[in-house]
Design a binder for this molecule. Structure first.
Ligand SMILES: Cc1cc2nc3c(=O)[nH]c(=O)nc-3n(C[C@H](O)[C@H](O)[C@H](O)COP(=O)(O)OP(=O)(O)OC[C@H]3O[C@@H](n4cnc5c(N)ncnc54)[C@H](O)[C@@H]3O)c2cc1C
Ligand code: FES
Ligand code: FES
Length: 459
């Protein structure tokens, strides 16, 4: 397979590449660019952070979860290419020196790249930018001070992000289609082909589980599949839209959803991971299906020329089995949307760490109350069954009843009919059931104006 991209401003053309080569391995082994470090090799530490620019954005990504074809047509910057050509250090590099932001230095290239990507894109929230970067020895205070100092001044012209890529290609590789139609045709022709979207799951299956992924097709070139469009009655989320794009799109209509997505993995993983991948992997603990189900989302599936739309909850049949035929793929997710309607969605993610952690339980509640009575209720959970699942018995206990604590307690009790959760290393079955029921109470208390987040409670 042939690909072309810019590496630190220089055009690179690679012929006959193995499409499952990670950018981290290629940089270090084929190019000798060892400034990009290998720590965990699974997206958790940020030592391998690089910066990628295309027409859509400049973002920090984990090179260990980035296959080479995902670079095609884009501009990659590594720590070696961050300083200006005359050697002047990037403001983040300079500030890290002045504020003593490094001790052993192993994490430093990754931290610098995350902060530099933030400065290039105008994102200055240091907690958000560094949610995927671990430093074991310096401590984060000097690093945060360095970031503040760097961000205090506008980015000098010499450090503007590189141009988006090497320009139009003469031909399109079959494994890198540039339209949804071309993807559909490829999958009908070779239904055993596996879609690679953000590669944040598949990357690990390849490098850690050493799974043979078989033939692959990448969706990173299909701009139309990454769009999120809002109309007065619906929001259409292209399956290849990133979690970060979804977070931004949800800020206005569903701020609680957006706030939960701030805790989805890390900045680097959110910039790569797609909404379609989060659904298609069928995980019972994916963070987007419960809120999407609570909002009444449907899934647009396509095989060849034929499209069908199903309620999202019906896609998940049982653990490891989804309603998807060979050669069929998720094209988009469609959300009902009523401009100006009150947003009743609340999403609670329970995990051991605030950032970069998988949910033990995630509850999404969308309960509409009219004249003191529950008019409708859609409640969905992750982590409570083999699939993301609605709490139908709890919903039945609520609908039509007064919006009171007694009703809520009846709903909490009904959850035992809805779920028989498992015990695993994240949580016990008893903890999960109790937590799920308590989250309904939390929703009700929040609706009564009680502060329910530890970040809101004042002593
Ligand atoms: C460090 C780390 C932290 C993580 N934290 C979280 C977290 O907090 N919450 C969470 O929910 N997940 C988390 N994940 C899991 C992962 O990031 C998400 O599930 C992500 O959304 C997967 O999307 P992707 O685009 O990377 O999928 P990929 O890895 O590209 O693909 C995953 C699967 O979906 C299929 N697929 C992709 N797109 C389509 C499509 N359009 N149609 C049909 N099939 C498709 C692929 O063939 C593959 O089987 C984490 C992962 C890592 C590595
Ligand atoms: S090496 Fe740890 S995130 Fe890539
Ligand atoms: S400086 Fe040593 S790990 Fe951060």
């Amino acid at each position: 397979m042939d690909i072309a991209f810019l590496l630190n401003g220089e055009p690179v053309r690679l012929r006959g590449v193995d499409p499952l080569t990670t950018t981290l391995d290629w940089l270090r082994e084929a190019r000798g660019l060892t400034g990009t470090k290998e720590g965990c090799n699974e997206g958790d530490c940020g030592a391998c952070t690089v910066m990628l620019t295309d027409g859509a954005s400049t973002r920090a990504l984990n090179a260990c979860l980035l296959f080479l074809p995902q670079l095609d047509g884009k501009a990659l910057t590594t720590i070696e290419g961050l300083a200006a050509p005359d050697g002047t250090l990037h403001p983040v590099q300079q500030a890290m020196i002045e504020h003593h932001g490094a001790q052993c230095g192993f994490c430093t290239p990754g931290i610098v790249m995350s902060l530099a990507a933030g400065q290039a894109s105008g994102e200055h929230d240091v907690n958000r930018l560094l949610s995927g970067n671990l430093c074991r020895c310096t401590g984060y205070a000097p690093i945060a001070r360095a970031a503040e100092a760097a961000f205090a001044r506008p980015l000098p012209e010499a450090f503007s992000p590189p141009p988006a890529g090497p320009g139009p290609r003469a031909f399109v590789e079959p494994e890198l289609p540039d339209s949804i139609d071309a993807l559909a045709a490829r999958l009908v022709e070779r239904p055993e082909t596996r879609i690679v979207a953000g590669a944040t799951d598949l990357g690990l299956r390849h490098t850690k589980a050493l799974e043979d992924l078989g033939p692959v097709v990448f969706v990173s070139q299909i701009e139309e599949m990454a769009r999120i469009e809002t109309s007065p009655y619906m929001i259409r989320i292209g399956a290849a839209a990133s979690i970060e794009a979804l977070r931004k799109a949800m800020r206005q209509p569903h701020p609680h959803f957006a706030a939960m997505l701030d805790r989805f993995a890390s900045a680097q993983v959110r910039a790569a991971a797609t909404v379609g991948g989060n659904i298609a992997n069928g995980s019972p603990i994916g963070d987007t299906p419960p809120p999407l189900i609570a909002l009444g989302a449907s899934l647009l599936l396509r095989r060849g020329e034929v499209s069908r739309e199903i309620p999202l909850e019906d896609f998940f049949i049982e653990y490891g089995r989804q309603d998807r035929a060979p050669g069929e793929f998720i094209e988009a997710i469609v959300l009902p949307h009523e401009a100006g309607a009150e947003d009743r969605l609340r999403v609670y993610k329970i995990s051991k760490r605030f950032d970069q952690d998988i949910s033990s339980v995630l509850g999404a509640f969308n309960i509409v109350v009219n004249e003191g009575k529950v008019q409708s209720a859609r409640i969905a959970f992750g982590g409570m069954a083999g699939v993301p699942k609605r709490a139908l018995a709890a919903e039945r206990a609520l609908v039509g009843a007064p919006w009171s604590r007694e009703t809520v307690e009846a709903g909490m009790a009904a959850m035992a009919e809805d779920f028989t959760p498992l015990s695993d290393h994240r949580a016990s079955a008893a903890y999960r059931l109790l937590t799920a029921a308590n989250l309904l109470l939390r929703y009700w208390l929040e609706d009564q104006g009680e502060p329910v987040s530890v970040r809101e409670v004042q002593p």
